[in-house]
Design a protein around this ligand. Structure first.
Ligand code: NAD
Ligand code: GLY
Length: 374
């Protein structure tokens, strides 16, 4: 297709399975043609929500019907608090009523919440049917639609019930970012900054400068959604993630680095009952905590600590833990994190110059101290 860029995600753990992430503007009307190329489905069940459907539902429907698919939509409530077993039951129920067969497919049209839930539904319905990701938030385009993690939340912890389930392809139309609020754009930017802090550990680099410097230089163009800059940004983040997933699909080791800032972040989300603080805000706070611990353990010096905090400030990712959440509650919630191994935390900490390592020797006092400053 013209004016598109493609990133290939390769999964050696699945006998060389690979799939493309197709990135460009005005691509939603190509979904029918692409679905024909990448699946044998006759019926497609599109999972979306009450915010995204009125914006993009008709466009997707027209393209799929134009390619002669039989389609149905599940339009869920909007929000992280609906990323649960009840929504999943709704999807399964509709899939059964619509008589989706094993060769058919599920499409996720929306942000990370829809992508994670629709993917888990596809992974479990009839023991797994084809799945297509159409991410419409920046967070979903740079992160959640790539790499096959699918899940729902449990009241005791974030994303605790899930699977690894790779899509057939990812269709990323960057024009959909235009309808996001600035606050939702910032959620995605939090994950973008995460890549900048871990860049060198992802086996990738930009030719000219570090990703941190690139983000410093291009902040205004990024917030203005300059098409060239945004596509370059989305593509590079996908390349970084694809490189890590290629090495370790199931997070037995290196993939854990993609969770920089997420140990505290997920605990904060859990303590807020997935309601008054969103994922990007929580991981922005979590990244500050991880940098604080990295400095306390002398893995990074004061200059690098301030250099990273300055980038978070530049992007106005200056959130605080709500006063209603006690540091001890966050500490306890961390024990339900999936990165726990043999009962010990595994923290992703900065070692400087956009590199990170995985550490399990962080004591309670240091953790609580870092939470208290957040
Ligand atoms: P989200 O899916 O809740 O979307 C944010 C908001 O934007 C919602 O209100 C949504 O309806 C709205 N929206 C979506 N597209 C829109 C558009 N184009 N225009 C206007 N509004 C739009 O949240 P998110 O930030 O996209 O994703 C967060 C979720 O992703 C979390 O549940 C997190 O755990 C998950 N996640 C998963 C992975 C993974 O690897 N699977 C990685 C990172 C995050
Ligand atoms: N967002 C973390 C991962 O995909 O592994």
């Amino acid at each position: 297709m013209e004016n598109t860029q493609t990133v290939k995600v390769e999964i050696p753990e699945q006998q060389g399975y690979s799939y493309p992430i197709i990135i460009g503007e005005n691509l939603l009307n190509q979904i029918g043609k692409l679905a024909k190329n990448y699946t044998k489905a006759q019926k497609l069940l599109v999972i979306t929500n009450k915010t995204v459907y009125p914006l993009y539902g008709e466009q997707v429907k027209a393209s799929l019907e134009g390619a002669n698919f039989e389609i149905d939509f599940v339009i869920l409530e909007d929000g992280e608090k609906y990323k649960n077993i009840t929504s999943l039951q709704t999807i399964w129920q509709r899939a059964i009523e619509f008589k989706l067969e094993r060769k058919d497919a599920v499409i996720a049209l929306g942000g990370g919440v829809i992508g994670d839930m629709a993917g888990f539904a596809a992974a479990t319905y009839l023991r797994g049917i084809d799945f297509i990701q159409v991410p419409t938030t920046l967070l979903a385009q740079v992160d959640s639609s790539v790499g096959g993690k699918v899940a729902i939340n449990h009241e005791l912890g974030k994303n605790l019930i899930g699977n690894f389930y790779q899509p057939k392809f990812v269709l990323t139309d960057t024009l959909t970012l235009k309808t996001l609020t600035v606050e939702e754009l910032k959620v995605g930017l939090a994950e973008v900054l995460k890549y900048a802090f871990i860049e060198k550990s992802c086996f990738c680099h930009l030719n000219t400068q570090s990703f941190i410097e690139y983000l410093k230089e291009n902040k205004d163009a990024i917030f203005a959604l300059n098409p060239d800059i945004i596509q370059k940004l989305v593509k590079y983040c996908c390349e970084l993630k694809a490189a890590v997933v290629n090495k370790d699909e199931k997070e037995s080791d290196i993939r854990a680095i993609l969770n920089f800032g997420h140990t505290a972040g997920h605990a904060i989300e859990k303590c807020s009952r997935y309601d008054n603080i969103n994922h990007g805000q929580a991981i922005s706070i979590g990244m500050k905590g991880a940098l604080h611990i990295s400095r306390a353990k002398r893995l990074i010096d004061e200059n690098y600590y301030k250099y990273c905090l300055a980038l978070l400030d530049l992007y106005k990712l200056d959130y605080k833990i709500p006063n209603s959440i006690a540091p001890e509650a966050i500490y306890q919630a961390m024990f339900n994190d999936k990165k726990i191994l043999s009962g010990k935390f595994r923290f992703i900490l900065s070692t400087g110059k956009s590199e990170v390592g995985i550490f399990s020797d962080v004591d309670k006092e240091t953790i609580l101290e870092s939470i208290k400053i957040l």
